[in-house]
Design a protein around this ligand. Structure first.
Ligand SMILES: [Mn+2]
Length: 391
């Protein structure tokens, strides 16, 4: 898959550090060893051969069965992760972030390491907005566009402009799993990347199809609409990569060549949504105002392709007590899978088995021309056009 995986051997290491400064693991970082733990190295890295033969040589699981739980036996002030050649400190590792099963900030960091290749692929070089939960997901949520203060020198940013406010922001720009772990240290739970990348932030390379159920619609309705969406995509010759939203919805991503601006990508998404609506026998309702839509319908939210609109990425955990993940799924899984099946507890094993189901997205580039012709036709025939994104 992506460039950085060519050297994935030894990618994610881990150093455990206790309150006294002692360390255990793959490397001794201090002269002290942890009292009572000599010889215990159950948290050593485990290498597993990848199920995707030939694509990665090895994928690393950054923790093992002997990994001790903190809290009862040892009050940890911080934990250090070695991620490739970088070290990221996690403070307050024992703080509970997900109240349903009690996973901690440390568990969140371990989750992201377990899907490192997937989350980096989803965020790679994109301006990225962070949803931070400093007191866990039951506490206050902070929407953060600008990079939080105190970043290490290897963290990269990309500058984006906000015309409405005539302001710039330097947003996180991920190119290495250590960047993701550092964002966790900054209490980030959700990652919301732009649909463009830093080489040309004004030209999206990702068309996002967002199947959004209205309040009385169910995930079963979303499934039915996803079948129509897949059929229209196939007729267009486009390859869609589906994922659960982590809520009740489904997202389908399509790689596009970055040759159009946000307005055209949104018009193309609108034309696609209209075609799905026509075939949906009333299941899809594209009425502009949310309050006017059929509450039992699905909205195909083409506005997610507008400038500065972002949604949670593939492998992003959502800020829910059960730590539900926006999970890539195969098309043939949609009929049976439930969004709540995919959590920070279940995803590591799934990722170890299946690898990144979105790994091939860059190899399936779609040109928007035909959809833009559909948009022109619809605008001409019906005198309709998508309203302004910010109206
Ligand atoms: Mn949605």
């Amino acid at each position: 898959m992506r460039r950085l995986l060519t050297d994935s051997r030894g990618f994610c290491g881990l150093v455990r550090k206790d309150a006294t400064g002692g360390a255990a693991g793959t490397r001794q970082r201090g002269s002290q060893s942890i009292p009572g733990r000599s010889g215990e190295n159950g948290d050593r890295l485990q290498a597993r051969s990848s199920p995707l033969k030939g694509r990665f040589s090895t994928s690393w699981v950054a923790y093992g069965p002997g990994w001790p739980r903190y809290g009862a036996r040892m009050a940890a002030e911080r934990v250090e992760f070695e991620v490739g050649d970088r070290v990221v400190k996690i403070s307050n590792p024992d703080r509970v972030y997900f109240s349903e099963r009690g996973e901690t900030k440390l568990d969140l960091a371990r989750y992201y390491l377990s899907v490192a290749d997937g989350i980096v692929n989803a965020l790679y070089h994109r301006p990225c907005m962070l949803h931070r939960f400093p007191d866990g997901v039951d506490g206050e949520k902070v929407h953060q566009k600008r990079l939080p203060a105190g970043a290490p020198p290897w963290i990269e940013t990309v500058r984006v402009h906000f015309p409405r406010f005539n302001r710039d922001a330097d947003e996180l720009c991920v190119n290495h799993p250590a960047d993701v772990i550092w964002a966790v240290q900054m209490s980030t739970v959700e990652f919301h990347p732009w649909n463009s990348r830093r080489d040309d932030t004004e030209s999206p390379d990702e068309w996002r199809i967002d199947l959004d159920p209205m309040p009385l619609a169910t995930y079963a309705d979303v499934r039915r609409v996803s079948v129509i969406a897949q059929e229209v995509l196939a007729e267009l010759g486009a390859v869609g990569f589906p994922k659960t939203s982590g809520g009740k919805g489904l997202h389908i991503y399509v790689r596009i060549s970055p040759t159009h601006g946000f307005a055209d990508v949104r018009r193309a998404a609108w034309a696609f949504a209209r075609e799905v609506e026509r075939r949906s026998d009333g299941m899809v309702d594209l009425t502009w105002w949310r309050k006017d839509r059929d509450p039992g319908s699905i909205f195909v939210d083409y506005n997610q392709n507008a400038r500065d609109h972002t949604i949670a990425s593939a492998y992003s955990v959502r800020g829910t007590p059960a730590g539900i993940v926006s999970a890539p799924v195969r098309w043939d899984e949609i009929a049976n899978a439930e969004p709540a099946d995919f959590t920070i507890a279940t995803m590591p094993a799934r990722f170890a088995d299946l690898g990144d189901l979105h790994a091939d997205i860059d190899e399936n580039v779609y040109q928007l021309d035909e959809l833009l012709e559909w948009a022109e036709r619809d605008e001409r025939d019906s005198q309709e056009r998508p309203a302004d994104a910010d109206s």
